[in-house]
Design a protein around this ligand. Structure first.
Ligand code: NAD
Length: 320
């Protein structure tokens, strides 16, 4: 099998390659040519760790595999980041393991690529201002991918911990965009596109904050109980997601569903828009992408990085 270690990913994978891989796999999901398998996520009762795996099969790209890993909150004592993951790919013709790929940087790139795909298809015409809610590790990847797919003129940002906002300012500067820290009511009024990427467990952006036309990529909520948006705002929006089953159970829509404000039938797949099988913004005042993060995204970027590693002659072959 081929091994692409974590330390090689940064030199191989680009936001553009991640975008292409995610756009293609979302379309394959909508055409029912690719499917995710049920997610396993367990507290293992050791080191407070949450461990699990997300897998799937893309019958168009012929990519089969899983991402294994999770969250080890005490990893600092080992000099490691808390999120740890590895992607394993298998030969769909024989079942033999084909590749092991470091999954940490790829997770950030595939998550940012997903919101960028939603911006490409759903941003209001002439969008100029990008609003960022969240200033953690993922936020810089999100901003870079958004700027790659759409020409913004300004970034405004808010974070529950204001001392972290310099991260957004630095990234905007790197992208040649002016940055301003604002309160949430201004962010909701002025931003044409909003990305939320926090680990919040209660609504931050409220319905009354948002004056359309606006596209919101809600990317932080990927677990039961997490929440970034007012359910009334979710209910007002035209809703898209990566996978409906995850949106209603672990995504932002879990709260609007539980409150009886929306039915599952109100949620559309972003892949259907990409595949030309369903309507996009179509004059909606507010569109929402509930990005929950699916296994097929991980497999798509891992398969892309394996191809890049082969092309550059840096993939390591290991007999197993
Ligand atoms: P991080 O720990 O680096 O940053 C956390 C962010 O959330 C910061 O902006 C911080 O100020 C804010 N925050 C922390 N505690 C909070 C609280 N109690 N209430 C409100 N805000 C709080 O995390 P990260 O790596 O940037 O990840 C951000 C979120 O994105 C996490 O919830 C993570 O699980 C999620 N995520 C989603 C996907 C996906 O596919 N949808 C993929 C990766 C990460």
């Amino acid at each position: 099998m081929l091994v692409v270690p974590e330390k090689q990913i940064a030199g191989l994978m680009t936001p553009e390659a991640a975008f292409e891989a995610i756009e293609a796999v979302f379309a394959s999901m909508a055409r029912r040519k690719a499917r995710n398998f049920p997610v396993v996520r367990e507290a293992i009762g050791h080191e407070d760790a949450l461990y699990g795996f997300k897998g799937g099969f893309d019958g168009v790209a012929l990519v089969l595999g899983l991402k294994a890993g999770g969250y080890w909150p005490l990893n600092q004592k080992h000099g490691l980041i808390n999120h740890q993951s590895t992607v394993f790919l298998f030969d769909p013709d024989t079942g033999r393991v084909a590749a092991a790929v470091g999954g940490n940087l790829l997770t950030a790139l595939r998550t940012a690529a997903a919101s960028a795909v939603s911006i490409k298809y759903l941003a209001p015409k002439g969008a100029k201002v990008l609003g960022m809610i969240g200033a953690g590790h993922q936020s810089t990847f999100q901003m870079r991918a958004a700027a790659n797919v759409h020409r913004f003129e300004k970034v405004i940002g808010w974070n529950p911990h204001p001392e972290m906002l310099s991260r957004l300012a630095d990234t905007a500067t790197e992208l040649g965009l002016p940055f301003e820290a604002v309160e949430l009511d201004r962010l909701g009024t002025e931003a044409d596109v909003i990305i939320s990427i926090t680990s919040s467990f209660s609504a931050l952006l409220m319905d009354q904050h948002v004056k359309g036309p606006t596209h919101i990529a809600a990317m932080g909520t990927d677990t039961k109980g997490k929440q970034e948006l007012d359910p009334a705002l979710v209910a007002r929006a035209r809703i898209y997601t990566d996978e409906i089953a995850q949106s209603v159970s672990i995504g932002e829509c879990q709260h609007a569903i539980a409150a009886g404000l929306i039915a599952q039938e109100a949620i559309r797949e972003l892949g259907a828009v990409v595949a030309g099988r369903g309507p996009g913004r179509d004059g909606a005042e507010v569109t929402l992408f509930d990005g929950t993060g699916v296994g097929l995204q991980d497999l798509a970027v891992a398969a892309a990085v394996v191809e890049l590693a082969k092309h550059k002659g840096v993939a390591q072959e290991v007999e197993i």
